[in-house]
Ligand binder design. Structure first.
Ligand code: NAD
Length: 257
């Protein structure tokens, strides 16, 4: 049921081999999907091209999610190459480093704007671009990545927590909008994983240790485990699931103290 043979997908958010989006790309490719993979700026192009050499006939495209022109170009290329689209994985997030170290009350207007634009609004922009291509296939699945910092306070997660709250609300509104077209919209809320994005959060290793000490499974999660849960949501196995935030965090979210 998690077979993606004959399906096409768009993966946004690969920076390097540690990226959660890369683990999902590998799992989707292994399940038979053909992928378009984007990179943010020339700095990451080589990384993404090198990694994607292991995929079957990938389409590699630039996409800075703050640029509507680049988003439009991604979907016109996908339409030309694939003729339609079955799934989107959205793994883009950003907050300026200073915002993740200073007290939350010091959040700047510009830091707030940028963080919410890249980390939350981009899901709406990608869903709007993907919807007609998914309709052409009779439906589709859109998946984003979030964190429990949307609901609870984690030291230094700061404006990213606010962005994740906006992202999760956007999942529900998009699911309501696009559901009648057969398009599902979900998020995975992953436990903390040491990635490039995570390295921007001051004191991140103490969050990892806290999960090892407190999560019911007494460990942190791996990107491959997030990817397996993603296969459920992207594939026909998840066909009745939408507007859902699936916790893949070793059960940490259920703990009180
Ligand atoms: P990562 O650094 O590998 O991925 C973040 C990606 O965002 C990068 O590929 C980066 O290029 C992209 N990005 C940033 N600004 C962009 C822009 N303007 N345009 C296009 N792309 C842009 O780190 P990751 O941990 O794999 O993050 C992927 C997602 O998972 C993020 O949404 C993150 O918040 C979420 N997440 C991460 C963790 C964790 O602990 N690592 C936990 C839960 C959720």
């Amino acid at each position: 049921m998690t077979d993606l043979a004959g399906k096409t997908g768009l993966i946004v958010g690969v920076a390097n081999k540690r990226s959660i989006a890369w683990a999902i790309a590998q799992a989707a490719s292994a399940s038979g999907a053909r992928l378009a993979v984007t990179y943010q700026g020339e700095r990451l192009e080589e990384n993404v091209r090198d990694l994607s050499a292991s995929l079957t006939d990938p389409l590699i495209l630039p996409c800075d999610v703050t640029d509507d022109g680049q988003i439009a170009h991604v979907f016109s290329e996908i339409e030309r190459e694939f003729g339609g689209l079955d799934f989107v994985v959205h793994g883009a997030a950003f907050a300026p480093r200073e915002e993740l170290a200073a007290p939350f009350v010091q959040t700047t207007r510009e830091g707030f704007r940028l963080s919410l634009d890249i980390s939350a609004y981009s899901l709406i922009a990608l869903a709007r671009g993907a919807a007609p291509l998914m309709e052409a296939r009779g439906g589709g699945s859109i998946l984003t990545l979030t964190y429990l910092g949307s609901q609870r306070v984690f030291q230094n997660y700061n404006v990213m927590g606010v962005a994740k709250a906006a992202l999760e609300a956007s999942v529900r509104y998009l699911a309501a909008d696009l559901g009648p077209k057969g398009i599902r919209v979900n998020a995975i809320s992953a436990g903390p994983i040491k990635t490039l994005a995570a390295s921007g959060i001051s004191g991140f290793s103490s969050i990892l240790q806290h999960y090892r000490d407190r999560a019911p499974l007494r460990r942190t999660v791996e990107t491959a485990e997030v990817a397996e849960a993603a296969m459920f949501l992207l594939s026909p196995a998840g066909r009745a699931v939408t507007a859902e935030i699936l916790m893949v965090d070793g059960g940490y979210h259920a703990t009180g103290m």
